[in-house]
Design a protein around this ligand. Structure first.
Ligand code: ADP
Ligand code: MG
Ligand code: MG
Length: 909
């Protein structure tokens, strides 16, 4: 017998389980698991992801042949449990059709509710429910969703937004009412007629009246939607492979809009923003689930505590709160207790914070979804550490619970309190996703993209301001500094997506009037235009006029505990790439145990130094160069002293001059004129020297140790500066550990003469001073040849530091700066799984790393092995370096905590 494609769930029989996510998708697997836990779930069945794959590969007819019988059996089982028949006009069983991939993709795939309605069934529904308005409202919602998702009726212009809403607005105007809720049954019936005509006139097809035709259309549309634009964007942003496919869940409808004893809501077992262990969430009385997410009405809080906190933020007084926005705990205490029991069961069962959807139909609670809740980086850390303390998870799990990159949220700057003093608050919304953001207003997602791109990434900082966001806005949201919406609650689309992205968001700022057509935002009598600056505090919900300075975050508490835990488990050391004492101090505060790369040339550009550097470049002979270098020596020495002090007791790896000399001279006329004047040399001489320095391919030109080979006096000066600085700092009672690194070596015969200069200079300085420091001389492994002959180089070099940026460029044969024109296409086409500059190409470049490490160790067992390329801060690459047996990674200061956690995960994973 072939494997089944359909898996049932319900109170009678449940085939699936939480462990079957790959097959049933996250939603389907967890619906099944809830049934197993005896939590009330409307019965239904899941069509597996394998069916999606079959559909993609073999098409519609083949799929239908495979699953038809199983689907019919599944519907029959639901009919039996609900005591209603699908397609029975007198008392119709209505279904929801819900997509659900392995990884939750909020808002990505489209759900269809109330499926099974037609002109006859709507009458049956009205008669059975005794609620004609409800019946017609259900029908018009169904047509609206089905018309959009399955039949593909899309807006014809940007302004239209939603063609069905245009029809609704027209009817409301005609009837002289403001709210949807003011439309009566006859109006809704009218809407149904108008929707059908709209569909007919725009699409040339009729709305399907046969329930089975409706069902198959919806199922196929879900499979189809796996490949729609917005799903693809989300997958791209989240590294979800296309091959996974989505499952489809077909489930009996329950109704939260059957009057005042019905409701629908969303809840979190802990606070998704802060991580606080507090059950919380929002609900709406007499509403369907989509109403909560769409953010059209102001939702009420589930718990009394949450309700009080909300009222304080929203500036709602206690009397008004109790009268207009009571909590579920107050309004329906019995059902609240049931919900509380379910949330406790689910969190204890899954050992993680759950994000729940529920509906109450005429006093009966139904759970519609549970999943591990999305959360901010801060919440991730707090929940992991508190669950560890509560004995719910072990240390290993706690470490794996935090996505390293999300630590970025905690490291993000907050507003400078001083600057905040003068800030003018203009409105307040909900603290939907924490952090501080400042930027220029744009009103459309595509403009957010255009503005933020700019030239070579030097784009503008934008704040996307919307009435409310929808999945179409995803790209724009991902490039904005922050998001402000006028409508919507803590679980609105904007809020959920922003938290997922770790992006500052203020939602539901009701006082803000947004006019996307006019490109203005108005509060009271004041208007802001596109391009004006505003600032958002996603932690308090405040909106400010103008640009506000930000400052660094605090790193104690749960964050500190997590880092301490990570340090106990990790084997890799984490150093930082830092060129200045300030960077080094930041890195140390963030837990770096050394500097893995100090780029000495970065010191050459500051102030008067560049002049001495240019003198050296222009010099006609060695004597001239030495005169210029003598001026640089004290400056460079001073820099190193600062670094050694900041890194007292820890190693500091100093790379000798690396970039080609033409980077230090001006290439434009005006710059050359100025240089000529300043240095009192003819401009022609400068032009000539610049021409001489011109290279066709600077990346492969006169750079790295090739400079030191041709101009040994540069190496000598730099080595002298290092050792004099080290002795000076040692004399202060500190412990400097210099590691001098020779760049771009490809042969031991390049390494040896450079190492000899460094060692000879060290001995000379030690003799002059009558004191010594411990030091190492090593090399970068960044050319493929160096990796191939690493045993011969390792016999002379005391450490290797993998320069994985250059190593990647030279191994792949394309430069990072030029790859932009084709690499994204390559990744899209799957030629490379990802950008090899972002995450190391383990199969190719990685082999060279492994080979060199092994060859180095074979000749020098205690050789120190590290990584100083960008990959040193990339969690996936760190996992690889751990496996390759390296000693440390080095990354930019703000990635140090991320690298520490990633290193620990590599060790326990
Ligand atoms: P998403 O993946 O976007 O959360 P869902 O499949 O959960 O989409 O459905 C969207 C909304 O539709 C949910 O908020 C839920 O409340 C509602 N819904 C889904 N299935 C049912 C059902 N069987 N009965 C009532 N409402 C439902
Ligand atoms: Mg859902
Ligand atoms: Mg390099």
């Amino acid at each position: 017998m072939p494997a089944p494609y359909v898996y049932r769930f319900g109170s009678q029989r449940t085939d699936g389980a939480a462990a079957m996510k790959n097959l049933l998708g996250g939603k389907g697997a967890n619906l099944a698991e809830m049934c197993r836990l005896a939590i009330p779930v409307p019965p239904g069945f899941t069509i597996s992801t394998e069916a999606c794959t079959a559909y993609t590969q073999q098409g519609r007819d083949a799929l239908l042949a495979m699953i038809d019988a199983e689907v019919r059996e599944g519907v029959a089982a639901v009919e039996a449990e609900m005591g209603k028949r699908f397609g029975n006009a007198a008392d119709p069983l209505l279904l929801s059709v819900r997509s659900g991939a392995r990884a939750s993709m909020p808002g990505m795939m489209d759900t269809i509710l109330n499926l099974g309605l037609n002109d006859e069934a709507v009458a049956g529904l009205a008669a059975r429910s005794g609620n004609e308005r409800f019946a017609w409202d259900s029908y018009r919602r169904f047509i609206q969703m089905y018309g959009d998702v399955v039949m593909g009726l899309k807006p014809t212009s940007k302004e239209e937004h939603d063609p069905f809403e245009v029809v609704i607005d027209a009817l409301k105007t005609q009837r002289g009412v403001k709210l949807d809720t003011e439309l009566d049954a006859a109006d809704l019936q009218q809407l149904v007629q108008r929707f059908k005509s709209l569909i007919h006139s725009r699409l040339g097809r009729d709305f399907p009246t046969d329930p089975w035709e409706q069902l198959w259309g919806a199922v196929l549309a879900v499979f189809e939607s796996w490949n729609n634009e917005r799903a693809r964007v989300y997958r791209e942003l989240n590294d979800i492979p296309e091959s996974w496919g989505t499952a489809v869940n077909v489930q009996a409808m329950v109704f939260g809009n059957l009057g005042d004893s019905s409701a629908t809501g969303v809840a979190f077992t802990r606070d998704a923003g802060t991580g606080e262990d507090l059950f919380n969430g929002e609900f709406l009385v007499n509403a369907q689930g989509e109403d909560v997410v769409a953010g059209i009405r102001t939702p009420q809080q589930i718990t009394l505590e949450g309700s009080r906190r909300w009222a304080e933020l929203a500036l709602v007084g206690e009397d008004e709160r109790r009268a207009t926005y009571p909590s579920l705990e107050e309004l329906m205490p019995g059902l609240y207790q049931e919900l509380l029991a379910a949330e406790t069961t689910l969190e204890n069962h899954f050992h993680d914070m759950q994000d729940l959807e529920f509906t109450i139909q005429e006093g009966k609670l139904w759970m519609l979804q549970t999943r591990n809740g999305k959360r901010t980086g801060a919440a991730m850390v707090r929940i992991a550490m508190e669950m560890l303390a509560q004995g719910m998870i072990d240390e290993r799990t706690a470490l794996l619970r935090v996505t390293p990159d999300r630590l970025n949220d905690l490291l993000h700057p907050v507003f400078d309190t001083q600057a905040l003093k003068d800030a003018v608050p203009i409105a307040r919304g909900l603290p939907a996703s924490p952090g501080a953001a400042t930027g220029q207003i744009v009103f459309h997602a595509d403009e957010a993209e255009a503005w933020s791109k700019g030239e070579k990434g030097s784009g503008k900082a934008v704040i996307l301001v919307r009435q409310e966001t929808s999945p179409e806005d995803l790209r724009g949201m991902s490039v904005a500094q922050g998001i402000l919406t006028a409508r919507g609650g803590m679980t609105s689309h904007a809020a959920v997506v922003a938290r997922g992205m770790g992006k500052c968001c203020v939602s539901g700022a009701g006082a803000v009037h947004v006019d996307p057509k006019a490109r203005t935002m108005t509060v009271g009598s004041v208007t802001w235009h596109e391009g004006d600056w505003i600032s958002l505090n996603g932690s308090t919900g405040e909106v400010f006029d103008g640009r506000i300075a930000t400052k660094d975050a605090e790193l104690s508490g749960d964050f500190g505990k997590l880092m301490a835990l990570a340090d106990r488990y990790k084997r890799l050391d984490v150093r930082a790439n830092a060129d200045t004492p300030t960077d080094a101090t930041v890195a140390r505060r963030l837990g770096a145990t050394g500097i893995g790369l100090c780029r000495t040339e970065h010191m050459f550009f500051q102030g008067e130094r560049i002049q001495a550097v240019r003198e050296m470049i222009l010099a006609d002979d060695e004597a001239g160069r030495r005169r210029a270098l003598a001026k640089l020596l004290p400056m460079q020495r001073g820099d190193f002293e600062g670094l050694f002090r900041a890194m007292d007791g820890l190693p500091v790896t100093i790379r000798l001059l690396d970039p080609p000399l033409h980077e230090f001279v001006p290439h434009d006329d005006a710059g050359q004129q100025a240089m000529a004047q300043q240095m009192r040399v003819p401009v022609a001489k400068i032009k000539r020297r610049v021409e001489e320095l011109h290279e066709f391919n600077p990346m492969l030109g006169h750079r790295g140790c090739r400079l030191g080979i041709t101009y040994p006096e540069i190496t000598e000066m730099q080595a002298r500066a290092v050792f004099e600085a080290a002795l000076n700092v040692q004399a202060e009672g500190l412990k400097p550990f210099p590691e001098v690194m020779i760049p771009l070596v490809g042969s031991v015969r390049e390494f040896n003469p450079q190492a000899a200069i460094v060692r000879k200079t060290a001995e000379a300085v030690f003799a002059e001073r009558g004191a010594k420091v411990h030091y190492l001389v090593g090399t970068m492994i960044e050319t493929p040849r160096a990796a191939l002959v690493a045993d011969s180089i390792g016999s002379q070099a005391e450490f290797f530091s993998f320069g994985t940026n250059d190593l990647t460029q030279m191994t792949m044969g394309f430069s990072r700066d030029d790859a932009g024109s084709f690499l994204p296409e390559y990744v899209k086409k799957g030629i490379y799984e990802q950008d090899p500059f972002r995450s190391i190409d383990q199969k190719g470049v990685g082999q060279l790393v492994e080979l060199a490490a092994q060859k180095g160790r074979s000749v020098r067992p205690d050789i120190e092995l590290g990584v100083c390329g960008e990959h040193g801060g990339d969690p996936a690459s760190i996992g690889f370096f751990h496996k390759a047996g390296l000693d440390y990674v080095s990354c930019s200061p703000f990635r140090v905590p991320i690298a520490r956690l990633a290193a620990a995960q590599a060790a326990v994973g």
